[in-house]
Design a protein around this ligand. Structure first.
Ligand code: DGL
Length: 268
């Protein structure tokens, strides 16, 4: 019987999505895959990201996932249409830069987007941009190097701050007041982002909206966990690389999951 939510990312970034899913749906068990051996995805060709995503999805389906969250903007851009085509009975939820709410909330009419090169070149972003960004100035920056720092557990380092300053200063100079995080690794850089922007930008993270969409789909399909499942709810983490960073980030940012977590290395 299918019984867990599958979540995957190129690495540890998807934990920022898992955090919201766990907060909203505490009865649900989660199986999480970090493809840290192939991280970053941002510079890989789309067909390579699709092949990696297919392997992970097959693994998560073997683990009895009832719904899969592609907790990676880059993999969503490269793979989600094909995943839906190949596995029509599986509900998939993907990530997309939250341009719409940022545009609605911007008072300066100047909105910033920080994402990987892969996401910025992908079709979902150009669609979103066309649909929602008319009438505002959109500042786009590829956050090269940021994913690697988060993967190394250096999200609060001087290097992270220096890189962020380089990407965000031009936005500050142009009165950007809403900053969309278009990569699931970036919420872990919030401390450094706040330091650089000094409260002049609202950080827009789509993860809470993604968790709400997970709940909606589970309700629609009658797949929500019941109280019996809740008593056994667990979080299994798999990494194709070193599981250490994953375990450290879980302890630091999701300590509430505590004893119910287990960590394993995975080769696909
Ligand atoms: N967390 C991934 C995303 O949201 C990072 C992509 C990468 O590995 O470059 O796009």
């Amino acid at each position: 019987m299918v019984n867990s939510i599958g979540i995957f990312d190129s690495g540890v970034g998807g934990l920022s999505v898992l955090r919201e899913v766990a907060a909203l749906l505490p009865r649900e068990s989660v199986r999480y895959v970090a493809d840290s051996a192939h991280c970053p995805y941002g510079h890989r060709p789309a067909d390579e990201v699709l092949a990696l995503s297919l392997d992970i999805v097959r693994f998560l389906l073997d683990k009895k996932s009832k719904l899969i969250v592609v907790a990676c903007n880059t993999a969503t851009a490269a793979a989600i249409d094909e995943l839906r085509r190949r596995f029509p009975h599986v509900p998939f939820v993907g990530m997309e830069p939250a341009v719409k709410p940022a545009v609605e909330q911007s008072r300066t009419r100047s909105v910033g987007i920080l994402a990987t090169a892969g996401t910025l070149q992908g079709r979902p972003f150009s669609r979103t941009r066309e649909r929602y960004a008319a009438g505002v100035k959109l500042h786009v920056a590829a956050g090269n190097g940021l994913v690697e720092l988060v993967e190394q557990g250096r999200e609060d380092s001087a290097e992270a701050e220096a890189l962020l300053r380089a990407y965000l200063q031009p936005m500050l100079d142009d009165s950007v007041d809403e900053l969309v995080l278009g990569c699931t690794h970036y919420p872990f850089l919030s401390g450094c982002i706040e330091k650089v922007t000094q409260g002049r930008m609202v950080i827009v993270n789509p993860a809470p909206a993604v968790a709400a969409q997970v709940e909606r789909l589970l309700v629609q399909r009658g797949l929500l966990a019941d109280e019996v499942d809740a008593a056994q709810a667990s979080y299994e983490f798999f990494s194709t690389g070193d599981v250490k960073t994953l375990a450290q980030l879980q302890k630091k940012h999701l300590p509430q999951l505590g004893e119910r977590c287990s960590f394993r290395e995975l080769s696909l």
